[in-house]
Design a protein around this ligand. Structure first.
Ligand code: AGP
Length: 609
């Protein structure tokens, strides 16, 4: 998610632009830039690096003008670089745009424009929008914006400037945030409230499909058909710190609630419109190459490792290739048996975890083909791997990984389906069934997040426990691993995940009266056996919280409490079942007065061995 700011008024634009961008930088950015209109021309200054690098560049060379836009970039398409930084312009420099989001159909549009003689400087999807404005300019700025919006697909917040028609900024959004701050003789635009809260608390919160024309004295909102829209003023009553968290108390809770959007953004462009195929345009494997792969290693750390354990089940069951999942710090030293017929998939939210990076290098040294799954474009792991697939979860600030994990699960599922497609080990009907289910997941998760009272109660009731167990079989066991880590790392409760069938081989000795045991029972193939294991712990007077599919009455007969997830395909259950586990950990940590976003001893990215 990028940071966007805009200013139009009587004062110089630059001071607000830089201050607004600094208020958005808390989420971590890799490049920044500004564009300011002055006397018929738009001056653009931008560079890779943090905002400070741009400020240094502007020293003694501050663009003058009272209308401008600014951008801090979280790269999605095109590595972090000066030329890929925003704002972007068409060749004439008369049309300038900043963008947050993903233009799904940018490649086709770019090719059409190139055929018309347009030349591009960057690898970004955003630059295409500036050239579309120039190509289809009707002589009317608003009309041209509406025309261009009818051509682009994807998710976006966009702010446009046009040197031919100064004195107005135009902004619009679809699936990404955008707010307008209402001043006196000046108006402000931003992707997040923190950027404008120092200037005004009177705002218009833009809705999808709305197009606003912003002058220094007026804001006029219409839809793509030109129908006027009257906006209600939203008075922001958050303090600056709360505004950074979007009104949530912690970044972790904000990021838990961002999961529907993170998943939508991550699946964008990867599901064929006909619902019968998974698409990875960034991968250049051929069916023959994949047929040659007879072993896959998945290597990662922590939560990313847990996503890999889920991925093992997906790949083995759908693509029928043998998979080994390794903790990166172990993989490096166990002399794995690797050759050119092996594929090594490394998973890393930050793309900088040294254990995972070194494991990747070891896999390459041994001759494996390598693929990185990461959330940070241009990260060390992304650059080291032969190929890379990005999750589009946006910046993840909380140390405890949540939205990165669920988007990693989604990518592992899509990758498994993609490999199975190329190897003909899955039917089109099964693919369609899964794709239809995948499309429903963000809304199902959104609904779960609207009703968390029960989870809060359990977390408060059992938050004083010093031990907790997470049990499951098959994919439920893989998710149990993540549930235990979440609880451990932010509430400091000693939590252990166990294969439910393995408990009786020793650890059952630890199950005593009152100990909370979370039993995941979403997998039909092993459901009855899981219920038997649940009865084993109940017989030792444990308190059992069951996680099951809506409508599962049997689970409620055996567990003390049940948290239901919306009914879904067994392969999609992990994407939902982890939600209550994340929330249990969050509210237990609150109950215990822990520092949720920055738990003791931990760092967001472990760049030391
Ligand atoms: C997850 O909640 C933890 N913060 C930690 O285990 C993390 O997943 C691990 O350090 C791997 O980080 P990465 O995904 O950035 O490589």
């Amino acid at each position: 998610m990028c940071g966007i700011v805009g200013y139009i008024g009587d004062k110089q634009a630059i001071p607000f632009l830089l201050d607004g961008m600094s208020k958005l930088e808390y989420r971590g950015y890799d490049s920044a830039g500004v564009a300011v209109y002055n006397k018929g021309k738009i001056c653009i200054e931008k560079c890779v690096g943090r905002l400070e690098a741009l400020k240094q560049k502007l020293k003694g060379n501050m663009p003058e003008g009272t209308m401008g836009i600014g951008h801090t970039r979280w790269a999605t398409h095109g590595r972090p670089s000066d030329v890929n930084s925003h704002p972007h312009a068409d060749s004439s420099g008369e049309f300038v745009v900043v963008h947050n989001g993903i233009i799904e159909n940018y490649l086709g549009l770019k090719q059409d424009l190139q055929a018309k003689g347009h030349t591009f400087l960057s690898e970004t999807d955003t630059e295409v929008v500036a050239h579309l404005m120039s190509e289809y300019y009707t002589g009317d700025f608003e009309d041209t914006v509406k025309k261009v919006l009818g051509m682009i697909e994807g998710s976006y917040s966009l702010v446009f400037m046009c040197a031919k028609e100064p004195g107005k900024l135009i902004c619009t959004k679809k699936s990404n945030p955008l707010v307008i701050g209402l001043g006196n003789g000046e108006n402000f635009i931003a992707s997040d409230i923190p950027a404008i809260i120092a200037k005004t608390r009177r705002t218009f919160i833009m809705s999808d499909g709305e197009i606003a024309t912003v002058t220094k004295d007026n804001v006029w909102v219409q839809d793509i058909n030109g129908t006027p829209i009257s906006k209600k003023i939203f008075e922001v009553n958050w303090n600056a710190e709360a505004a950074e968290k979007g009104g949530f108390e912690h970044f972790m809770l904000k990021e838990i609630y961002e999961q529907p959007k993170a998943m939508r953004d991550t699946m964008l462009g990867r599901l064929a419109k006909t619902n019968d195929a998974v698409v990875f345009s960034e991968l250049n494997w051929t069916p023959e190459e994949l047929k040659g792969i007879n072993k896959i290693f998945i290597v990662a750390c922590g939560t990313a490792y847990h996503a890999g354990v889920v991925g093992k089940y997906y790949i083995e069951q759908m693509a029928r290739i043998s998979v080994e999942v390794d903790i990166a710090s172990e993989f490096r030293y166990r002399l794995p048996i690797i050759d050119g017929n092996c594929l090594c998939i490394v998973i890393s939210q930050s793309g900088e975890t040294i254990d995972t990076l070194e494991a990747l290098k070891e896999a390459k040294r041994l001759g494996a083909r390598t693929l990185a799954v990461t959330n940070v474009v241009g990260s060390s792991i992304a650059r080291e791997a032969d190929q890379v697939v990005y999750t589009y979860a946006g910046p993840e600030i909380a140390v405890a990984s949540t939205k990165a994990y669920t988007t990693q699960l989604l990518i592992m599922l899509l990758l498994s389906m993609y490999i199975a497609q190329l190897r003909n080990t899955v039917t089109v009907d099964r693919l369609q069934e899964l794709i239809v289910g995948i499309r429903e997941i963000p809304e199902q998760i959104h609904k779960m997040l609207e009703n968390v009272e029960q989870i809060k109660i359990f977390a408060t009731k059992y938050g004083s426990s010093e031990d907790a167990f997470f049990l499951g079989r098959s994919l439920d066991y893989a998710v149990a691993l993540e549930g235990a880590l979440k609880l451990k790392e932010i509430s400091y409760i000693h939590a252990e995940a166990y294969a439910a069938g393995e408990l009786k081989h020793g650890t059952l000795a630890l199950i005593v009266e009152g100990v909370p045991v979370i039993v995941l029972a979403t997998q039909p193939d092993v459901y009855e056996k899981t219920i038997s294991n649940l009865q084993e712990v109940k017989a030792r007077d444990a308190v059992v919280i069951g996680i099951g599919m809506e409508g599962d009455k049997k689970l409620a007969q055996h567990a003390d409490h049940v948290i239901y997830i919306p009914k879904t395909d067994k392969y999609l259950a992990p994407l939902e079942a982890v939600l209550p586990l994340q929330l249990l950990a969050y509210y237990a940590a609150l109950t215990r007065g822990c520092d949720v976003d920055k738990p003791r001893n931990l760092a967001k990215s472990v760049t030391v061995e």
